[in-house]
Design a protein around this ligand. Structure first.
Ligand code: ADP
Ligand code: MG
Length: 260
């Protein structure tokens, strides 16, 4: 499903969050949004989800103005947001029950999806009985089971340790390749953006505007991101991280780079 942003502005009272954002995301494209904290990335996702309305301009999905939430546009948060009193299977099935699918079928499909995210055997566990990574696998199963045309991911793995995050990125990549939704991924992890996205938009401080756009294309990718080293440096530089002379890294020259 194509997404179109035309001169989208958003303010909360006097606070201008997004300024004249123009972009078109093609059907099946995977676009990552990176930018400083508080610049308006989540707000942009919320507008696509239909949870927030633009102050000016328009947000369209498949040519239609987005006015309210719809199951075809699914949002996944960092906090897995599973119901603690429901088993993993019940949590995943709920996404279909909300769409009025009979409970028995919903449960059967939930079991299939849990096995697709390698949670077979854990159907009857409650969220607190499994790890953070497993909860987020479950959240992915719950997002994908409804076969959304647009998947909106808001720092989906932000709460996970680095290794678990990389594993989950691979699980997500596989699901996206199989299901082909249009994806908008908000992340503060530049490597995550490079690994998953076809295109990366780097935003400025609030009010957010696009500083630069990087088209990576459908290159088969692994976590070996060496091919993207130059783009990675450029994105980090736009975010204010100097990779050439990073004061946070150890310098071979005595005293150089020591700030504290
Ligand atoms: P990001 O996701 O890039 O970190 P957000 O989109 O969450 O940033 O927020 C951008 C700015 O808008 C922040 O200053 C935040 O406090 C403000 N903001 C977000 N949602 C609301 C709201 N519902 N009401 C008022 N201010 C908000
Ligand atoms: Mg945010």
């Amino acid at each position: 499903m194509q997404l179109q942003f035309e001169k989208v502005t958003k303010s909360f009272g006097d606070l201008n969050v997004i300024e004249a954002f123009d972009n078109t995301i093609a059907d099946g494209e995977i676009v990552a949004l990176v930018g400083p904290s508080g610049c308006g990335k989540s707000t942009l996702l919320h507008m696509v989800a239909g949870l927030q309305q633009a102050t000016g301009g328009s947000v369209r999905a498949a040519g239609q103005p987005v006015e309210k939430p719809a199951p075809e546009r699914t949002l996944v948060f960092q906090e897995h947001a599973l119901y603690p009193w429901m088993t993993l299977e019940e949590n995943v099935a709920l996404a279909l029950e909300f769409q009025d699918q009979p409970a028995k079928e919903a449960r059967a499909k939930a079991r299939q999806w849990l096995s697709r995210v390698k949670l077979g055997g854990f159907e009857g566990y409650y969220p607190h009985q499994v790890s953070g990574g497993m909860r987020q696998r479950c959240a992915l199963a719950r997002a994908f089971i409804a076969r959304p045309k647009v998947l909106l991911l808001d720092e989906p793995f932000g709460a996970l340790d680095a290794l678990t995050r990389m594993t989950l990125q691979s699980v997500l990549k596989e699901l996206i390749e199989e299901e082909r939704p249009t994806v908008v991924l908000v992340t503060h992890d530049v490597d995550e953006a490079l690994y998953l996205a076809d295109r990366v938009l780097v935003f400025s401080q609030r009010p957010a505007r696009v500083l630069k756009e990087f088209t990576l294309g459908h290159i088969p990718k692994t976590h070996d991101l060496t091919a993207f080293a130059d783009i990675r440096c450029e994105v980090l530089a736009l975010l204010g991280i100097d990779t050439k002379d990073d004061p946070g890294t150890e310098s071979p020259i005595p005293n150089k780079g020591v700030t504290a």
